[in-house]
Design a protein around this ligand. Structure first.
Ligand SMILES: C[S@@+](CC[C@H](N)C(=O)[O-])C[C@H]1O[C@@H](n2cnc3c(N)ncnc32)[C@H](O)[C@@H]1O
Length: 247
């Protein structure tokens, strides 16, 4: 298994941007500001095994961390399928998953991907990351990283990855500070191959469509009724630039 711990910090992409756009979505939780600004302090390593079923881990994380987790239950397999629908696995070398939680999307990816396809899985929460490491310990093509998605550029550079086919996101991006969201999307867009996509799950169907349209020319929404709560997927192409830069 390629399981690994994020080591380098500092200089997050997009961190230079300071102003929050006036029409940006609702204010961010302090936790994300911390994630963006606290780069000299890496998250603690997952020292203890995650105890209990996935739904309990997610519920506990949601109750204690709120908007940083954004959903009280793991995504359903219907969400995972809809999210991954249309990916040409035969020609996919690398996929990045941001905010993997307990791994419901990762699980489906491991079933669809060829053994040669690299799955880079990034999760900030040590307990959830511990569950991911345990779950995918025998999957040689899965690299579980305990780290902050706002450091995506560095995490990929440390692994010598310059291009990825798709970026899959479970991150609560609308509640990130604008600069942190810009940082994630800018690096993702810069790294995705020309025909690749940025795919985002949501449990608030269509509410943030306009937000993603401000970042991408082409945004398709796929509704997923069979999820707790019902949700959906944005499939985005044609990055337009960071929100702060385009205001
Ligand atoms: C809505 S949950 C989605 C979990 C999983 N993908 C699913 O579909 O069930 C959001 C996940 O993003 C993670 N997360 C939040 N901020 C993050 C960050 N800055 N970097 C990496 N992961 C983050 C949370 O810990 C949580 O596991």
């Amino acid at each position: 298994m390629m399981s690994s711990m994020a080591t380098t910090q500092n200089s997050q992409p997009g961190a230079a941007a300071t102003a929050t756009a006036a029409s940006a979505p609702p204010p961010e939780p302090a936790a994300h500001s911390a994630a963006l600004n606290a780069s000299p302090h890496p998250p603690p390593p997952p020292t203890r095994a995650a105890q209990g079923p996935d739904w309990w881990l997610m519920m506990k994380a949601f109750l204690t961390q709120g908007k940083k987790i954004a959903s009280f239950a793991p995504s359903s397999r219907f969400m995972a399928r809809k999210l991954l629908d249309g990916i040409d696995w035969a020609n996919t070398q690398t996929i990045v998953e941001l905010g993997a939680g307990t791994g419901p999307i990762t699980t489906v990816m491991t079933k669809l991907a060829r053994p040669e396809t690299k799955l880079i899985v990034i999760e900030l929460d040590p307990i959830l990351c511990s569950r991911l490491r345990e779950r995918f310990r025998n999957a040689a093509n899965v690299d579980v990283i305990l780290g902050d998605a706002t450091r995506l550029g560095e995490l990929l550079a440390e692994r010598g990855i310059r291009q990825v086919d798709h970026v899959i996101s479970g991150l609560p991006l609308p509640s990130f500070p604008a600069a942190a969201r810009d940082a994630v999307l800018e690096v993702a867009a810069r790294t995705i191959v020309p025909n690749g996509t940025f795919r985002q799950i949501t449990v608030m169907p269509l509410v943030y469509y306009k937000l993603y349209r401000r970042y991408f020319d082409d945004v398709r929404f796929r509704f997923v009724p069979f999820n707790l709560p019902p949700g959906g997927v944005y499939v985005c192409r044609g990055y337009r630039g960071t929100l702060l830069a385009t205001k």
